[in-house]
Design a protein around this ligand. Structure first.
Ligand SMILES: NC(=O)c1ccc[n+]([C@@H]2O[C@H](COP(=O)([O-])OP(=O)(O)OC[C@H]3O[C@@H](n4cnc5c(N)ncnc54)[C@H](OP(=O)(O)O)[C@@H]3O)[C@@H](O)[C@H]2O)c1
Length: 358
């Protein structure tokens, strides 16, 4: 008989959420043995429906849910979600793998009721500074969000380690978007901009509306999280973000937008050709320092850390007081449901260690 029960409640069984449920089921027994725990998945909800069972949802039922949540005799609507979450047996972890801008209240309900929270969803942390602050007001060891920046890459924990060991972060610079990395690599190979975007969309790299990526908003959300972690009380409007298309294209539907972006082909082709003559290329670079945050197309030598980057990889370069002459570099896949789910799972293991008292 295990001494403690742990309840896991998941919001957002999408690409990342489904991979995560698989990981939990596959590794449950080992974790239970290592940490003397009885791990139960007690809730799984999308925006409309879900399933709740305080005794634990059977793995077969979890697998069924992963093939699509609809209203059946086993499911309920999500109307009563705050109540279910606050009464989820403790210790418990609420996981937000949604893409919802409105999960803040639910996260707060969970924290207030004593639950831990893990997010891959950037939006609550990237909304106003007061929301960010409130989510952290229950203690740093109650909220985990490694995968909100760089997916499975250890970016958030590196920032935390710098802060906790008394280093001073002077600058964080890098390419934080796998989608834009893919597009810029393809532009460098001579592909027209419109084709790059079409292909990125076809391969599932872009959001359903590629302007989410091309506007720099997704990168800005990551940058605001990092800036706030290092003590900057900033809001979205304080970040200087370069859009990769003219604002006049904002009025179009996605279909219309995809129809007009070829107007930008010549401009991008000329830029990349000119840079190529200088043995340079362009990257979509974000920079954070106490002076402020910028996100823009930046020319980089092809043989530099930034210029070397290929395809959808991310690179994050930390210049600190200790890592001054040779900054610390983290590089690798910064997107994808498998690496992201593994990062969320790692946050869950960190919480299990806290519960176990390791
Ligand atoms: N995929 C990646 O590589 C990656 C990497 C790092 C971070 N992330 C972040 O991780 C999150 C999930 O990504 P994903 O690729 O798995 O997205 P996804 O496939 O679109 O899944 C999102 C899931 O959230 C559900 N959902 C939406 N609003 C909800 C709400 N209010 N309450 C409960 N469930 C809700 C959706 O279901 P319905 O809309 O059908 O209800 C869907 O099941 C996103 O925030 C993304 O930015 C993703």
């Amino acid at each position: 008989m295990k001494s403690k029960k742990l309840s896991i409640f998941l919001l957002g069984p999408g690409n990342v959420g489904k991979e995560l449920l698989k990981l939990i089921i596959e590794n449950k027994l080992t974790l239970e043995q290592n940490y003397d725990l009885d791990i139960r998945i007690t809730g799984i909800f999308n925006s409309k429906y879900g399933i709740n069972n305080k005794e634990g949802i059977h793995p077969d039922q979890v697998n069924n849910i992963c093939s699509g949540l609809t209203l059946t005799s086993d499911t309920i609507t999500s109307d009563n979600l705050p109540n279910l979450i606050s009464h989820n047996p403790k210790p418990s972890i609420l996981i937000d793998t949604t893409s919802s801008p409105v999960s803040f209240d639910i996260l707060l309900t969970a924290l207030k009721s004593g639950s831990f929270v893990v997010l891959s969803n950037k939006r609550p942390l990237a909304s106003s500074y007061s929301v960010f602050h409130k989510l952290h007001s229950y203690g740093l060891n109650r909220i985990f969000y490694e995968t909100t920046v760089g997916a499975g890459l250890p970016v958030i924990r590196t920032v935390n380690t710098f802060m906790e060991t008394g280093d001073e972060i002077l600058e964080i610079k890098g390419c934080f978007s796998g989608t834009l990395g893919f597009i810029f690599s393809s532009l460098e190979d001579g592909m027209p901009f419109s084709k790059c975007v079409e292909q990125a969309k076809k391969m599932g790299y872009t959001e359903s509306d590629p302007r989410e990526d091309l506007s720099g908003q997704d990168v800005a959300r990551k940058i605001i999280i990092l800036s706030r972690m290092i003590g900057m009380e900033i809001e979205m409007e304080d970040i200087e973000v370069q859009k990769l298309y003219p604002s006049s294209f904002d009025k179009y539907t996605v279909k219309e937008f995809m129809g007009v972006i070829s107007k930008l082909d010549k401009k991008y082709q000329e830029k990349f050709q000119k840079a190529n003559k200088r043995n340079n290329t362009f990257r979509y670079v974000a920079k954070v320092s106490k002076k402020g945050c910028t996100i823009k197309m930046t020319e980089a030598a092809k043989n530099s850390d930034l210029g070397n980057l290929s395809g959808p990889d991310n690179i994050i370069i930390f210049k600190t007081k200790r890592y001054f002459d040779r900054p610390l570099v983290i590089k690798g896949p910064g997107a994808g449901p498998i690496v992201t789910a593994a990062g969320v799972f790692d946050d869950i293991i960190s919480i299990i260690k806290i519960i176990h008292g390791v």
